[in-house]
Design a protein around this ligand. Sequence first.
Ligand SMILES: [Zn+2]
Length: 261
Amino acid sequence: MESIEQLRLAFFLSIFFMCAAWEWVAPRKTLTQSKTWRWMNNVSLTALNSLLLTILFPILAVEAAIIAKGTQFGLFHFLELPNIFTILVSLVILDLAIYAQHLVFHRIPALWKLHRMHHADLDIDVTTGARFHPIEIILSMLIKIVIVMMLGIPPIAVVIFEVALNGCAMFNHSNAKLPLKFDNWLRQWLVTPDMHRVHHSKIVKETHSNFGFCLSVWDRLFGTYIAQPQLGHDKVVIGVKDIEDSKEQRLDKMITQPFRY
Ligand SMILES: [Zn+2]
């Protein structure tokens, strides 16, 4: 278990530093806030969230998968499909589940208050990718554990998925430039930073679009896809209406925000 944690941390840090370097070399949009201030608070929130998960949860998604495997619990154990096929199908199903969960967090008012904190970041960059309210993080973990147990998803698929999801979130929140032609090609399969930036626009219709995290197919399939922000990437205003004070980027304010707005 410890080696899995180390592997995950190694992937997280390498992808984080690669995206941070990419943003630094080829920024897509001029930031409106102090980067140091936002980074201090966003990174502190990320650390707090991972600490909370370790303290509050006796088992996390990977352990749930190991238990399901040991007890032969869940749908996949009855189907007896080839291993590689089960892993691939599991990855696609988990990605669809995250898309659906994201959509639900936008549609149900109480859940939107929690998720809105992620959207209240006044700039979008690699640190936004892990800036989620602790209650949203806890709910996501519960949902993931239930899906993993019900389907009997193999532990290796859970590890690959968690690393990929984390990596995709940091990649697609990056304030970095991809050549437009390459972006157009890549977004046929994956959510690119330009595609996800639309989701962080203050224009309501754009906020509630492009819910995908890794695969871009779900938004096209379910009609939630918007190709580009109406104002263009240079001018698109990032954030949500009414939460515009830069004090709201402070750690304690982020945590209490869903109960004040
Ligand atoms: Zn969202």
